[in-house]
Design a protein around this ligand. Structure first.
Ligand code: CR6
Length: 830
């Protein structure tokens, strides 16, 4: 055994053990060897970051063993691979994820403590890989983990952004954005593959030649950028199978123009390089909104083209041609961001591999699946035809041809309705400019199109894809989202996990359906007391974070009422804030009443250019200041805006939540996944019948969830009715008082006009129906208060939530994708 203080690993330790052994001694020796030989430090000088690197590298070695094994099995077995293409992977930290999946967390803790190092402190040193905006990116990360768990041979393909989602600083209540350079201290999880690099073209022109009497098209790009691979192994539960996340980094073909440099133009000599490398510099901070920038389209084509070249090369190493591609590869498009891949694959098959158009189209459709993640019209991607023509001239030709053949076929089948033809065309006319509708392109190029919750999928069929669905009725199917329980239960909430294992047995870790047995114990006072104590500890920990980041003291015995997600009008953080003000008014009017003490916690980022969302953050901070400074409501109400929400902060907040706010305008939140994480951790949901809330309600039961507000159908009817919000406000004295307070500057005495336009927009338009749902929401919140006052009933409901949401495991979701879309086998549950 190594003694603490020894600088180098003992020579007596057999090499093999250091690399592969899983005992306390082997892990300790391995970490020490990494510290010495990979980090280049002696113990006496090692910082927490050095220890983190050494530990991560030691853990990585243990992941790599399974990685190589998995690679070998897939390669020799000739099994079909899944390629998950996503512009976002919101990964977070990886050390505890790897340790949990390898079952090494406790051993590593012990190994390090023998060296005087605290594993839980190292955990905080790891930067978050925030290569995503919100739910869509986090879903991709959960799916990668579940594909590994189910031993589905898979590659994730994306971009290795140098700067992930911005760091949010709140100054005087306003959001400020700062770059998040997560790679600045190195990334111990990735393997650079400089030898795996592909040329990606942009611009230029197309030439036609005759080959065997048929036209052949050749694209001559005017600009070439190299895509270089970086691989991160993704380990599944119990380390059985390890997949690869392959992220592309952009590199200029020529690092600098020497002629210009030698003539003294040192900056100009690097201009091409800067332009090329901009592609993987930053993640666009747009969540459920389109990023209509040329650079964004460059990012989309860059990673789609690199990934296709990569998978085609892999295929051709094994098979003589691409005719059996669809038997060997399933490509899933995570939203429309990679949809240009449909066109690129056609180009590769037809132009480069000489395949007949119809064969190529059949293979393309059979290979692709497309997941839609939003119906908000303002969030559906379209690209101007002139931009496409300039940047991707050959692709634009192919799009025209795909569209012409598609429309011809429909006409031949008897379709003639002008509106239908317009809606199913890939090209949108209007506003004086033609645009390419990426959703339509993705739909037509795929054999399966899925929504992400039952309600969302129904609405897809009825709205955005109504006409396409009528023509291709079997293509749309539902795959309700899920979450990985390894991260969101085991890693985030070890105290709850320990109780579950104690009551239900270890099998619950392998198969979440065992959670259901917990329902039998829902009324057990002893179990309730244990869970309550565990949650109180989690709340105290979160309270420490709140105090450190905001200076606000919160009481862990109060109800923690949590709304965590991107700031967006459709998610209606402002509805929550208006209710907070109403509650504040009510407490002040009757302070002696038995109020259920609450801490309202808000966290989330606003898109940098989304003015109203940033104003909502300011309002949250303004309301917090007034409420928290008022002695009348002390001990009854606190309001907190916790800055810089990210995956790691979510892992702290979710286990400490009592109430989960899922209050989007019905029909607008495609699914939500935070709703699942919070319910799993025992929070009760207050929510609308939107997205996956509907399915959560079906499972946990009406008594264990607080549903309010208009349904999606009622929302649509209300929009058609043109009913005025002014009338609604006038009919609700409570709401009228709140609106008047906000708009007259009660919460912004330093700038009494700050919220005037905001309030007037609610009065005049209220597209998100905040005012229409207000009274029902307020009433639902009072039902929440009443249940909280009956702690036995509250904890019974909380237990029912944990017990009944096992179905929302992303293992279940991935099992469905594998069966219904990809046609690949999954590993049976143990
Ligand atoms: N914003 C949906 O809005 C869904 C995720 C993952 C979103 C959200 O309801 O849970 O995708 N959509 O399916 C988009 O990003 C376009 C999201 O994260």
């Amino acid at each position: 055994t190594q003694q603490p203080g020894a600088a180098l690993p003992a020579a007596a330790q057999p090499d093999d053990d250091l690399r592969t052994g899983n005992s306390v001694e082997a892990l300790r020796g391995a970490v020490m060897a990494k510290l010495a030989y990979a980090v280049g430090k002696v113990q006496a000088d090692a910082s927490d970051r050095d220890w983190f690197l050494a530990t991560a590298l030691a853990v990585r070695d243990r992941v790599v063993q399974g990685w190589q094994r998995s690679y070998h099995t897939t390669n020799t077995g000739g099994t079909k691979r899944v390629y998950y293409m996503s512009l976002e992977f919101l990964i977070g930290r990886l050390m505890f994820d790897a340790l949990t999946n390898l079952g090494l967390t406790d051993t590593m803790r012990e190994a390090l403590s023998g060296l005087g190092v605290d594993l839980d402190k190292l955990r905080e040193v790891e930067p978050d890989a925030a290569l995503g905006n919100g739910g869509l990116g986090r879903l991709a990360a959960c799916f990668m983990e579940s594909m590994a768990t189910l031993a589905v041979p898979a590659y994730g393909y994306g971009i290795r952004y140098e700067n992930g989602l911005f760091r949010q600083v709140v100054k005087d209540g306003w959001q400020q954005e700062y770059p998040e350079n997560w790679l600045s201290f190195g990334n111990p999880w990735e393997f650079a593959r400089p030898e795996i690099a592909y040329d990606i073209g942009f611009g230029g022109h197309v030439e036609t030649h005759q080959v065997d009497g048929a036209p052949r098209y050749e694209w001559f790009p005017s600009e070439t950028v190299e895509a270089v691979a970086y691989d991160t192994p993704v380990v599944g539960w119990r380390g059985h199978h390890v997949n690869t996340l392959r992220l592309w980094s952009a590199r200029a073909g020529d690092p600098l123009r020497l002629d210009a440099f030698n003539e003294g133009d040192h900056v100009g000599a690097m201009a091409d390089r800067v332009k090329a490398e901009a592609i993987s510099k930053v993640l666009y901070p747009s969540d459920a909104t389109p990023a209509g920038q040329e650079l964004r389209l460059r990012q989309e084509y860059f990673f789609a083209a690199a990934s296709l070249q990569d998978l085609v090369r892999r295929h051709l190493k094994k098979y003589p041609d691409l005719s059996n591609l669809a038997d060997q590869a399933a490509i899933q498009l995570n939203d429309t961001h990679p949809a240009i891949a449909v066109v690129e694959l056609m180009r590769l098959l037809v132009d480069l591999h000489g395949m007949a158009w119809d064969d190529a189209w059949r293979i393309t459709q059979a290979t692709f699946g497309y997941t839609n993640h939003t119906l908000l019209p303002e969030a559906l991607e379209t690209w101007p035809v002139p931009l496409m023509e300039r940047m991707l001239p050959r692709h634009m030709q192919i799009i025209y041809l795909v569209n012409a053949l598609h429309l011809d076929k429909l006409r031949a089948e008897g379709h003639s309705d002008v509106d239908v033809m317009r809606s199913v065309s890939i090209i949108a006319e209007g506003w004086g400019q033609q645009r390419v509708k990426m959703g339509t392109l993705a739909f037509i190029g795929s054999h399966r199109i899925n929504g992400v919750s039952a309600l969302h999928t129904d609405l897809m069929r009825q709205t955005v894809f109504r006409d396409l669905n009528a023509i291709y009725p079997d293509r749309i199917n539902n795959k309700t989202n899920g979450i990985t329980f390894r991260r969101w239960l085991m890693e985030a909430n070890p105290a709850l996990t320990a109780i579950l294992v104690d009551v239900l047995g270890k099998a619950v870790l392998d198969d979440p359906s065992h959670l259901e047995k917990l329902a039998q114990h829902a009324g057990d006072p002893a179990l309730q007391a244990r869970l309550k104590a565990a949650k109180r500890d989690n709340k105290a920990t979160l309270g420490g974070i709140i105090a450190a980041r905001t200076g606000i003291q919160v009481d862990p015995d109060a109800m923690f009422d949590i709304q965590i997600k991107r700031i967006h009008e459709y998610k209606r953080q402002h509805l929550n804030l208006l209710e907070t003000i109403a509650l504040y008014n009510a407490i002040r009017a009757e302070p002696w009443r038995d109020w259920a003490p609450r801490v309202k916690v808000f966290a989330g980022k606003a898109a940098a250019s989304y003015h109203t969302a940033k104003l909502i953050i300011k309002l949250a901070n303004d309301v917090a200041r007034v409420v928290n400074d008022d002695p009348t409501v002390r001990g009854k109400l606190k309001v907190v805006f916790l800055p810089n929400y990210n995956v790691s902060l979510a892992e702290r907040i979710i286990p400490a939540a009592d109430l989960s706010e899922q209050i989007s305008t019905a029909g607008m939140e495609a699914s939500g996944t935070g709703n699942m994480k919070l319910a799993l951790n025992g929070a009760l949901t207050i929510g609308t019948l939107d997205g996956a809330n509907v399915e959560i309600k079906e499972r946990v039961g009406d008594d264990n969830i607080f549903i309010f507000g208009l349904t999606a159908e009622e929302v649509a009817a209300r929009h058609r009715s043109g009913l005025s919000a002014r009338e609604t406000i006038a009919n609700s004295p409570r709401l009228a008082e709140v609106m008047e307070a906000v708009s007259s500057g009660v919460f912004s005495p330093d700038d009494t006009d700050r919220y005037r336009d905001f309030a007037n927009a609610l009065r005049d338009h209220d597209h998100f129906l905040v005012t229409a749902d207000f009274d029902d929401y307020y009433a639902a919140q009072r039902r929440v208060d009443a249940l909280w006052r009956d702690q036995a009933a509250w904890w019974r409901a909380s237990i029912m939530n944990t017990a009944r949401v096992g179905w929302f495991s992303s293992d279940r979701t991935i099992g469905e994708y594998a069966r219904d879309i990809w046609d690949v086998p999954v590993r049976a549950a143990e």
